[in-house]
Ligand binder design. Structure first.
Ligand SMILES: [Zn+2]
Length: 98
């Protein structure tokens, strides 16, 4: 039988490590951009096995980090059950603490 509590904790560990990697990328002097000028970041949802990436302009990600409790997600994914969506553009979504 699957232990939901352990799974949820694993999800948060993965989420935190993805977030740290994203922040590190965003704080670099010149992260790689695609031809549209977008930077690829890892989806910051709470799913352990999520390997999606989300492309946004660098300033959008930096602004999101400055705002605090906001997460960058692939559309359809969630940071936490209690968070609400504040921006959805194409496959990109930003959620913040409700
Ligand atoms: Zn995800």
């Amino acid at each position: 039988m699957v232990n939901d509590t352990v799974l949820a904790e694993d999800g948060i560990v993965h989420q935190t490590s993805r977030r740290k990697a994203n922040e590190k990328k965003a704080s670099g002097s010149s992260p790689a951009t695609d031809p549209q000028g977008l930077v690829e970041f890892a989806c910051e949802c709470n799913k352990v096995d999520c390997e999606k990436s989300v492309r946004v302009p660098l300033y959008v990600y930096r602004r999101m980090v400055e705002a605090g409790d906001q997460y960058l997600l692939q559309a359809g994914h969630h940071a936490f059950a209690t968070y609400r969506t504040i921006v959805t553009i194409g496959l990109m979504r930003i959620e913040e603490r409700a």
